[in-house]
Unconditional design. Sequence first.
Length: 277
Amino acid sequence: MSHATLTDGIVDCIATQDASEKARKTRALVAEWRGGNITTIGDCPPPDRPGRPLTPELRRPGDVPKRRITGGVAGRVALIHAIAHIELNAIDLALDMACRFLDQRLPLDFYHDWLSVADDEARHFLMLNDRLALLDAQYGDLPAHDGLWQAAQKTAHDLLGRLAIAPLVLEARGLDVTPTMINKLNDVGDHESATALGIIMYDEVGHVLIGKRWFDYVCGMPRRDPVSSWHMLVKRYFKGPLKPPFNIEARAAAHFSAAFYGPLSYRDDLVSSSPKR
């Protein structure tokens, strides 16, 4: 389906309820944009909430059962399902970033970057859903939480706040925890799922890098200090301290130094965690 403007296409993707269809539509939209078939950004505003399938049941974060990776299938399905849910939300977050802040008159590269992120997240979701199918499961089988979109709602009026939280807190957290999950999956012999998470983590470094680039850019327009601005925004929009250990190596690859996140941690053990070779 061809769209008259980029924002028309983005809103169509965000509003799509079926998760796999949303991912496929997003990839098709990005291909249209990259191929020059869409040349106008437009001014169509995003919806307050994205379209969602009837399942999974959305619960409060504390009410979602904990997942344990063991040799059995159930724990691995729970883990992959949880990450697939994160990737689905990440599609909408990236699309929303490219559509919500049109009044800021950002450079064209801003839209290129966030559409690239959305394309990656869509590819990740489809890859994980395929992996679930091979384990006799599918997205929607297990409960999930709505915490990621709640973070988007808190920053819907604040571009700098959105950049501070979505890529530089939430996505950066994935860099910290994914190596341990990869190691555990390899330990129980699920090398296919471990490989999928390795692909996701590689891409997520680039997403944090994009978030950091645009955070610095927006800070630079009125010449605000990026570090102190980030501290202020995280305290405003994120509940509680940041949790170490941090994957310093991966964060550094994204040009995200400990000067940002170290002072907001509740401990000083900024330990890098990388997958076992």
